[in-house]
Structure formats: structure tokens, C-alpha cells
Design a protein around this ligand. Structure first.
Ligand code: NZQ
Ligand code: ZN
Length: 383
């Protein structure tokens, strides 16, 4: 196991009717800004619950954060925060609203062009405090310090990370997820599945607890993912999915092990260039990464096959192929298509992505050997 330090300061408030506990987390002197998306929270009753919980507190609202949140929208929100003297932010929504709030929390106090935060040119030295009410289990953003923002004008999608943007608290009420459309449920399960894979499917460092924990999260996703569509109002299924997705990316399973975020980095380009949902891009790319990198990842693919999909028969090569197929089939069983051609993406897009990675000098993967040309092979495999 590799050396590590670990600190996750996010307070989790989990369970039924927990939105009513918001008031206790907010100071009476604060002026709060509620930040949300396109209105799903108004249709499913979450907005009303938040407003009730904020009785007696001063607050303003900012809505219209888009899925794959835009830098341009965040900047408008940061301007409003400064005008209104807001001092606490409350994100209510999925990963996009939470990520946007993290960026806004930093941008509102940043001198200069806040896009520099995303490109790494600028460093955050302070950020506003914020809390979250999660409505879509997927990203883990409610319990981590990462954020992914898109600049619409240049079709660029980048991530940033800073310990200054950990939420102060996150409210996780599984009932808020009852209203999710099937596609978003599937996207969320796939996103969590792939977060686990990026932190697990590398090389063995004999980190037993991290491995067993990662495999447990995958098993919960497979088990509950096979039931949730037919039982959308089953509280326990929703609770298990919600808690699994938080643990998929709260930093814990990454500690002491190698990581490979190549599926995400390639997926982000497909979203930036074609608007394909985050979860869908991962379902396209991961089987390609597994196939092309199968020699480097052999030991872990065999372990995944055996412990998660019960694949124990045949030669190592047979078991690897069966395991990659099992992953692809799992994504498809959730109703998500897994080929580039399913989304009308052709060779020109592959060329553009390879060119972007060359320009950025990117070499991805746990060994830094997923060069732009390897990215091409991965994507061609997924045509
Ligand atoms: O905009 P609203 O009206 O809220 O509707 C949303 C949106 O249309 C809707 N929705 C959310 N909760 C709902 C609901 N509809 C009905 N009932 C509910 N309870 O679902 C749609 C998608 O929401 P979004 O927030 O975009 O989805 P998700 O949570 O999957 O977030 C995706 C974003 O997170 C980033 C992705 O790149 C993408 O931009 N990620 C962030 C990460 C992080 N911060 O650690 C890691 C991830 O890998 C990921 O990259
Ligand atoms: Zn993701």
C-alpha cells in the first residue's frame, strides 16, 4: 500500500425528512443564496422543503445552472453574490449544481479571470462556505472537493480540486431521488461504477481494505441497479444507491492505491464536443480502456471478474474478455448505449480529441502510458 494522508471534513446528514434539519446548519446572521438548476426541484417538492426549512433566514435565489454547468452562468451568479452581499451558498440539485456552487464559491472571491482556476493558471486562496442538498446520486461531489466546469464558448470541460471547496455539510434524503427519470438513474449508477473503476482497476498494491470496499460498492450498484427501475419508490434501494455513490468518490477508496482517470478525461471531451451525458460517455469509453490496456490491468481485471461477476472459468485471456463483456452488458442492462456510433460520433471527433490531448501534452493512465495515440485506439475500438 502506498503512503497517504486522509481528511474528509464533510458533515453528512442522511435519511428521510432530513431537509428540515437545514436550519440548524445555518447561522441566523447569514444571508444565504440557494443555487439550483432547471426546475426539477420545483416539480418534486424539494424546493418547498428547502424554503420551509429556511423560514426565519435571509436568502436569495439563483436558478438556471445547466447540466455540465457553464462557466458563463457561474460568473453571472458570482456577480449577483457580490451585489447582494451573500455570505453562504446552498446548492440544491445534482452534481452539476454542486460543482457550479464550488466554482462560484471560489470565483466570487477571486481577483482576475476566474477561468484561470480551471486551467490551473490561477490558485484559489479563499472560497465562500457552502452546503448542499443532493437530489441525484452519481458524482460524489456532495462529499468531495472536486468540480467540473464547461466553458461553452470554447467547448472546453475541465476539472479543478481544492480543499477549500469541501461542502460544510450535505443533506442526503433518498426520497428526493424518487422523481429521477430512468436515464438519470442509469447515468448515476454508471458514473459511480466508473469512479470506482478509476480508483481500482490499475495495478495491485495489496491494499486489501480499499479493494474489498471498492468491490462492495460495485456489488451494491449491480444488485440495486437490477431492481430500481421496477421499484422506483423503494426507499431502501434508493438509500443504498445514494450512499454507494457518495462513497464511490469521497476520496476514501483512492487512498494508498494507483489511480487512472483516463475514462473520465476522454469522456469529458465527448460531452464538451457533443453534449453526451457524463454517464453515457463513461459507458462508451470504459470497455475500450479495459480492452486496450488489458495487459497493464490484467491482475485487477481478473480479480474484478472473479469477485464481482463470478467469472472463474477459462484461460486468463478468456476471463478478461468475459469480464469486459460483463461490464459492457451491465451498462446496457441499465438502458444505456455503449458505442460511439449509437450517438452519431464519427472519426472526425476522434481526431479532434487526439489533437486536443496532443496540444495539452497529456499522457493518461496509472502509468502515464495512455498517450494521445492510445486514446485514438481506445476510441476506434468503441466505434
Ligand atoms: O437542472 P435540474 O432541473 O436540477 O435537473 C437535473 C438535470 O436535468 C435532473 N435532476 C437532478 N435531480 C433530479 C433531477 N430530475 C428529477 N428528479 C431529481 N431528483 O437531472 C439532470 C442531470 O443533473 P446533473 O446534476 O447534471 O447530473 P449529475 O449529478 O450526473 O452531474 C453531472 C456533472 O457532474 C460532473 C460531470 O462532469 C457533470 O458535469 N462530475 C463531477 C464530479 C465531481 N465533482 O467530483 C465527478 C464526476 O466524475 C463528474 O465528472
Ligand atoms: Zn464521473
Amino acid at each position: 500500500m502506498n503512503n497517504f494522508t486522509f481528511c474528509n471534513p464533510v458533515k453528512i446528514i442522511f435519511g428521510k425528512d432530513t431537509i428540515s434539519k437545514l436550519s440548524k446548519e445555518l447561522s441566523n446572521d447569514s444571508k444565504v443564496m440557494i443555487i439550483y438548476g432547471g426546475g426539477s426541484i420545483k416539480n418534486n417538492g424539494v424546493y418547498d422543503q428547502v424554503i420551509n426549512a429556511l423560514t426565519g433566514h435571509k436568502f436569495v435565489e439563483f436558478s438556471g445552472i445547466e447540466p455540465n454547468p457553464h462557466y458563463e452562468t457561474c460568473i453571472k451568479c458570482a456577480d449577483m453574490i457580490r451585489r447582494e452581499n451573500v455570505d453562504f451558498l446552498l446548492a440544491v440539485g445534482g452534481g452539476s449544481v454542486i460543482d457550479a456552487t464550488k466554482f462560484i464559491a471560489a470565483a466570487a472571491l477571486y481577483d482576475g479571470d476566474a477561468w484561470d482556476i480551471m486551467t490551473g493558471k490561477g490558485k484559489i486562496i479563499k472560497a465562500m462556505p457552502f452546503g448542499t442538498v443532493l437530489t441525484l446520486p452519481a458524482t460524489g461531489s456532495e462529499m468531495n472537493s472536486g468540480s467540473v466546469i464547461t466553458k461553452a464558448s470554447t467547448q472546453e470541460k475541465f476539472a479543478f480540486n481544492s480543499t477549500l471547496v469541501f461542502p460544510k455539510f450535505s443533506v442526503l434524503d433518498p426520497e428526493t431521488t424518487f422523481s429521477l427519470p430512468p436515464k438519470q438513474i442509469a447515468n448515476g449508477i454508471i458514473d459511480t461504477f466508473v469512479h470506482v473503476m478509476e480508483q481500482y482497476l490499475t495495478y495491485n498494491v495489496n491494499a486489501k481494505l480499499q479493494d474489498y470496499f471498492a468491490e462492495s460498492i460495485l456489488k451494491v450498484l449491480i444488485e440495486e441497479g437490477s431492481k430500481v427501475f421496477e421499484n422506483p419508490y423503494d426507499y431502501d434501494i434508493r438509500a443504498n444507491l445514494m450512499w454507494a455513490s457518495t462513497w464511490g468518490l469521497n476520496g476514501w477508496i483512492a487512498k494508498g492505491v494507483a489511480e487512472d482517470w483516463s475514462t473520465h478525461m476522454i469522456g469529458h471531451e465527448l460531452t464538451a464536443l457533443h453534449g453526451i451525458d457524463h454517464g453515457q460517455t463513461l459507458a462508451i469509453v470504459l470497455p475500450g480502456v479495459m480492452g486496450i490496456m488489458k495487459d497493464d490491468k490484467e491482475e485487477k481485471i481478473l480479480q474484478l471478474g472473479e469477485r464481482v461477476f463470478n467469472i472463474t472459468e477459462g484461460s486468463n485471456q478468456d476471463r478478461i474478455i468475459k469480464t469486459i463483456d460483463a461490464v459492457d452488458n451491465f451498462f446496457q442492462s441499465l438502458g444505456i448505449k455503449t458505442r460511439l456510433t449509437d450517438y452519431n460520433v464519427g472519426k472526425e471527433t476522434i481526431d479532434s480529441i487526439v489533437k486536443r490531448f496532443e496540444d495539452r501534452n497529456w499522457a493518461l493512465g496509472e502509468k502515464g502510458n495512455i498517450t494521445p495515440e492510445v486514446v485514438r485506439e481506445i476510441l476506434i475500438k468503441r466505434m
